[in-house]
Structures are given as C-alpha cells and as structure tokens.
Design a protein around this ligand. Structure first.
Ligand code: TYD
Ligand code: MG
Length: 452
C-alpha cells in the first residue's frame, strides 16, 4: 500500500507547504502549521468542479437583475448586509465561542417569516438545547426545522427533500465529509464542506448562513480559510464580559464593508442598539480627571465613546503602557509625541487606557482624545464634561484633519455636548453652523494651553 501523502497546512489562512514551518509566509502567524493527510483519489474540489465544462458567453447578452433581498427586520443587521440578506447568497458569521452567534442566527431564522422553511443544522447542540434557547428568545415558529447532523451527504439529502429557503450550518467546524480522511474542523474538511454547501445552495437558490468559530489555537481551522469562497463575511465581536456586541462586515459582494451593527446581549437575546452613542456615554459619573469623550466613525455612523486614562509613577524600570480597546503601537507613538512635543514627562509614568464598554477603536481620529485623557490624568485636571475631542495627532505634534467632520459634529450636537475640539484645518472648511463652541487646534502645544 502506498504511503499516505501529507501536507502541512496553516490553520489561520490555509497556506499549504510540503514541510513544517514555524511562521506562515502568507499570513505571518506563528505556530499555526499542522500536518494533514491528503486524500489521494479525490482532491477537495476536483470531483465536483471539473465535471462540467462551461463555455464562454457574451457578457453584453447576460441579463443582470437587481439582487432580491429579504429584510430581516433587525435593522442593525440589514444595514450591515447592505439592505437585507440577498436571496441565494452564502453568508459566513464568525466570532469567538460564546459571543452570541447561535443566538443571533436563531433570531434571524424567526424573522424570515412567510418565506418558507428554515433548516437549522447543528453539530454542536441537541434539539432540546436549541428549543430551550428558542423559549428564552420567545421564538415559537413552526417553519424552523432542526437537524442534528454532521455528515454533509445526509445534510445534502435533507436539503434536497425539504427545499428550505434558509439553511443554517452551526458550525462549519463540526461538519465532515467522508471523502476527506482528516477529522472535522481541519482546513481540508472545512473547505470541502463549504464548497459542497455552496454548490447545493447556489444551484437551488437557497440562502445559507454558516457559523464559524474563530480561535487562536491551531487545531481547528479559522473562518479565514473560507472567506474567499463565500459572498459575505460578518464578524461578531465584543468583550465576553461586556454585554455590547459589534457586528462587522469584512467582505460583502452585495454592499459596503465598513458598516457596523451594534447589539446588546440581554436575557432575551441580542437586542439592537439604534442610538449607541447615547447608551455608551450614559454611565459617565461626575467629572473626574482622565476622562474624555471622542467621536469615532464606525462605518457611516459616528459613535461617541468615553476614553479613560490613568497615569501613576512607575515602580518598574520600564514603565507600563496598556490600552484596552486601542492599538498598542499607536498608543506608544502618542505617548512619545506627548513626551517630546508637549513636554509631559511620561518616562517614569505607567499609563493605563481604557475604552469604556469594551468597544475597539481603530480610527486615528481618536488620537486627540487619547492625548487629552492622558494629559488630564497626569496633570490631575478634569476635562469639561460637555466636551468632545476629534483629531488625528501627527508625529511632529500637528493635529491633522479628519474625514466626515460634519457628521461627527451633528452627533456631538445631538447628544447635548456644548464644546468640541477639532483640527483647525477642519474648522476652516466647516459649512454648517452648530450650537457648539468649536475650538480649532493646530498642534499639541495649543491643545496643552487648554489646561491652563
Ligand atoms: P451563543 O449564541 O451560544 O454563542 P456562540 O454560538 O457564539 O458560541 O451564546 C452564548 C452566551 O450567550 C451564553 O453565555 C449565554 C448568553 N445568552 C444570553 O445572555 N442571553 C440569551 O438570551 C441567550 C440565548 C444567551
Ligand atoms: Mg453556538
């Protein structure tokens, strides 16, 4: 008998190599390679995709219809999807275990009312467990059918018999195909299953939602290996111990990818938050030093979030910097700018930063807020409670203009703030007038003067 052939596959991005590598050359992740047997007779795609030969057609002659969409009625989700789920599309929902993927999907299943049957295939939970969750979410819907199955052939057969309008696969890592020798959750299984499901659903125009767990460990394949195959990739993010969840679209063939939806995990499931800023800053108490509100654009919507900073004299030889919800490298750059350009001696100070409510801010427009919060804590001078800071801080200490300033200012005004510090270059070009005291700043020196 011939020796079984093996390859080494990166569990993060699916890169294949003949020998083991410590660092993946494709995605630069460390320790993600593991050995996998290759099935000699059938290649993962060969059998299905090479069966039929297609001929080229004139593109001009192809009839292009607007894609038809189903609104779920969950507005935060519809917006992220670009106006509802496109019929017959394949959506991947990724996220860490326990973040609320199954809960959100079950709520979606219930909302697709009157469209036909929904087939909920689970390899993780039993019918009783799903029923308990449905009861908790107050979902009583005869159109939802449960199938506890992990073999793709049996699933394909059930789909053919039931002809559902929506199929849910919870989760892709528990499904397997007998044609592949490796165990469920490996890259080749995950890819094969996705290719099969895609084929079944595209042929029969069935909308499909696949749940994929994201983990850092190497033994199960992350959803990233199948991002290129599906139409839409959504990620559900959030800190596990905070109740807020952010639904982010990272790929969308039918819409924009910078929209985000906000939810709160409550006793009765995922509840959408339509006015996130008001909720995120509702817990501000008193007017302590080290706290400032910033306006960050999340997709097309501005989000007002509080940033808190604490500086204390260090007892270590190397001062600590931590930034919960902020990019660490960005943080160290801003600390360096404060030290050199604003003469703030942070070299002997530990600096702790936190974005309240577990939201992650990635936009440079929050720089000014970070700088102000740190300076406020160091000097122990509170920043006025009714003030919002917007602006990017450059390496020479200049305050750089940000995009969509008018949108941000409208939100600041709407939420009852009275003052706003913005880059001078933005202020010059403002068209609208606001019921706000708008302070334009050019560089960090001018910002520091506000403390005097
Ligand atoms: P779940 O949807 O099972 O997560 P995932 O599918 O991403 O692994 O949600 C798990 C958590 O959500 C669990 O800790 C309980 C909590 N939860 C609520 O807080 N409210 C609810 O209504 C439900 C159904 C779950
Ligand atoms: Mg689940």
């Amino acid at each position: 008998m011939a020796k079984a052939k093996t390859v080494f596959v990166c569990s993060s991005c699916g890169y294949e190599s003949a020998k083991w590598l410590g660092k993946c050359p494709a995605c630069n992740e460390w320790n993600t390679f593991y050995e996998e047997k290759v099935n000699k007779e059938v290649d993962a795609f060969g059998k299905t995709t090479r069966a039929k030969q297609n001929k080229p057609t004139e593109l001009e002659g192809v009839e292009g219809k607007e894609e038809s969409r189903t609104k779920t009625g969950i507005e935060e989700l519809d917006r992220v999807l670009g106006g509802g789920i496109v019929k017959g599309s394949l959506v991947l929902l990724g996220g860490e275990p326990g973040i609320g993927k199954s809960t959100l999907i079950l709520q979606i299943c219930d909302k697709i009312k009157g469209e036909g049957k929904v087939l909920y295939v689970s390899g993780e939970e039993s019918a009783e467990q799903i029923k308990l969750r449905a009861n908790r979410l107050n979902i009583h819907n005869k159109d939802i059918l449960f199938l506890g199955e992990t073999n793709i052939d049996n699933i394909a057969q059930q789909i053919a018999e039931i002809k559902p309008k929506l199929v849910v696969i919870d989760s892709i890592q528990t499904m397997y195909s007998e044609e592949i020798t490796s165990s469920a959750g490996t890259v080749s299984q995950v890819r094969e299953i996705t290719a099969r499901i895609m084929k079944i659903c595209k042929e029969q125009a069935i909308t499909t939602m696949i749940i994929g767990h994201v983990t850092k460990e190497g033994n199960i394949a992350g959803p990233r290996v199948l991002e290129h195959m599906v139409d839409t990739v959504l990620y559900l993010e959030g800190e596990r111990y905070f109740s807020y969840r952010v639904l982010r679209s990272v790929k969308n063939r039918f819409g924009s990818t910078n929209e985000v939806g906000m939810f709160e995990m409550q006793g009765e499931g995922m509840v959408e938050i339509t006015n996130p800023s008001a909720i995120l800053i509702s817990e501000r108490d008193g007017n302590p030093s080290g706290s400032v509100v910033v306006a960050s654009m999340e997709g097309t919507r501005p989000l007002l979030v509080e940033i808190q900073a604490l500086t204390t004299e260090t007892i270590c030889s190397l001062p600590r910097r931590t930034g919960n919800g902020l990019d660490y490298n960005r943080l160290t750059v801003l600390m360096a700018v404060l030290e050199k350009k604003a003469y703030l001696p942070l070299g002997r100070q530990d600096v702790y930063l936190n974005v309240v409510s577990g939201i992650r801010l990635v936009e440079p427009a929050v720089d000014l807020g970070v700088v102000l919060a740190v300076a406020s804590s160091y000097k122990n001078i509170p920043i006025p409670k009714d003030l919002v800071a917007i602006g990017e801080v450059g390496l020479t200490g200049e305050i750089r203009a940000v995009n969509l300033i008018e949108k941000r200012l409208k939100e600041v005004e709407k939420l009852g703030f009275k003052q706003c510090i913005i880059p001078e270059n933005n202020k010059k070009l403002l068209k609208d007038t606001y019921k706000l005291d708008i302070i334009g700043v050019r560089n960090i020196g001018e910002v520091m003067k506000l403390f005097k």
